[in-house]
Design a protein around this ligand. Sequence first.
Ligand code: FES
Length: 74
Amino acid sequence: MADFKYSYVVCNCRKVTLGEIVHAIKEEGANSIESIGDITDAGTACGCCRSQKDDFGDPKMNLYLEQIVEKFVN
Ligand code: FES
């Protein structure tokens, strides 16, 4: 994840960046994919950005909300 800039768009449907998601976790108390969605709308359309198993797209996405939760929620 170190390779991703905060401007990287994690959720294409809702145009939500990594920076917005990290802010939701660190500053607004989001601690799950669901609460990130409540705050930022990320993952609330097609759902492909939620996790690899939810990603029915082709090509696959490079970064999932699940990975961000694992890294930033303690
Ligand atoms: S890419 Fe996030 S809901 Fe579609």
